[in-house]
Design a binder for this molecule. Sequence first.
Ligand code: PMP
Length: 412
Amino acid sequence: MDLFEKLIQDKGPLGKHSDYAYGYYMFPRLEGPIGPHMNFRGKPVLNWSLNNYLGLANHPEVRKADADASAEFGLALPMGARMMSGNSVYHEQLEKELSDFVQKEDTMLLNFGYQGVMSVIDAILSRRDVVVYDAEAHASIIDGLRMHQGKRIVYPHNDIAGLEKQLARAEKLAEENGGGVLVITEGVFGMSGNQGRLKDVVALKEKYQFRLLVDDAHGFGTMGETGAGTGEEQGCQDGIDLYFSTFAKSMASIGAFVSGDKYVINFLRYNTRSQIYAKSLPMPLVIGALKRLELIRTRPELRADLWKIVNALQSGLRAKGFNIGHTNSPVTPVIINGDETYATKVVLDLRENYSLFCSIVVYPVIPRGLIILRLIPTASHTLEDVERTIATFEAISEKLKNGYYETAPAPS
Ligand code: PMP
């Protein structure tokens, strides 16, 4: 049988995904300058769908730094892997500055968050080691663990007692095999907005022997007094052995990094396959990241602006009775009961009649019977945007109550 025919037969034309309209629900095309006010299908929308937390994507100083670096170096440089011919003083400077910022001895740059975290997990584990990880870990962590040939143990999301139970098991298994234990969790979970209970995880180190890897993709730049992330926020950065984040969110760029003790990062430099066998980050991305980091460090008002919007949005939604779960980060999920067809009608209404664009999360990312309309506040939103959004959600909620969506036309 033909492989591709079999593939479609087994998994359906879109794999595990439902047939949402391309260009509308799936792969929508947002146009115009990046920010809260963009165009969708030729009409302006209020956009709550970008991880541009600090508004750096369109910040004039960032745009200038990116443009200047592109003009000077082009996109080609470096033309090799970091280890062979792709190193530069800028790469080294960025690593040094990131280390200082997140309070770790050393840092290694990674080309992408997704591949980076996978590859770091792969590099530090052998088949003798045992991994214990949070049930809601990001796909990049799960995929890193797929490469692990030793034991993997999942614990219920943010459940410290559950983790402790598994740690006792993991420690025993690792001992029997002559291996170690790695715990993996996240600083801020991107779907729910829940902070990982890092301080509680770190406290378990008094009782169990393990190393801790934290993916702080959503916490870097947004959490903590200086923006150094969720470890700083919870006062337990020292207990995080490997601190990972991407440049794709607060930094509004591409790239990632992992920080930790010098000897471990040095080991990773020589053993992280996605970096060894791939060209290193281009100069404009590295120089652009230096500028972004400088702004994160020196302009606390960006974070203050973000949190002003986060607090207004979350307290406003809660006051009107919306279920936004247990978020304690900028990520704001509005959780609605209903099936997938219902969700598309709500989103159609939001986009067509209220000019409001947010992401919709449904099964299989979350359980069936729930719809999450996910709002990502940024420093570039205004209090007026917040007011308009809350009023819109109220209108939608009224329509939900009076059965409007049962008869509303389904999207074609
Ligand atoms: N980890 C987490 C928690 C994420 O949310 C993401 C998505 N950006 C990644 C890793 C992957 O990062 P990148 O987009 O840089 O590949």
